[in-house]
Design a protein. Structure first.
Length: 92
């Protein structure tokens, strides 16, 4: 599944359909937690904030704490990727 999303200031939640509150982006798959991660866009900076026990990686390194994102390709789990460009457009 491929999504194109233009981020606006604030937070974008990512999770599966079992999340207590509906996620902004709902992904399916064995590696997606109910509340998987949050992408926060503030002051022209983009951060990935993984929830505990959720697999996310940046440039091949596991992410367990808030991490600032720049251009590149990022894993939400082992099967879902998104790309981030200068204009803060994300593809999932």
């Amino acid at each position: 599944m491929l999504f194109c999303l233009c981020l606006q200031e604030g937070t974008t939640t990512i999770g599966n359909e079992d999340a207590p509150l509906k996620s902004d982006i709902v992904l399916n798959g064995p590696g997606i937690a109910a509340e998987h991660c949050v992408i926060k866009y503030t002051d022209n900076n983009v951060y990935l904030l993984p929830h505990s026990q959720a697999y996310c990686s940046v440039n091949g390194l596991d992410v367990t704490e808030p991490t600032r994102l720049t251009q590149g390709i990022y894993h939400i789990d082992v099967t879902h990727l998104f790309g981030l460009g200068v204009s803060a457009i994300i593809t999932l």
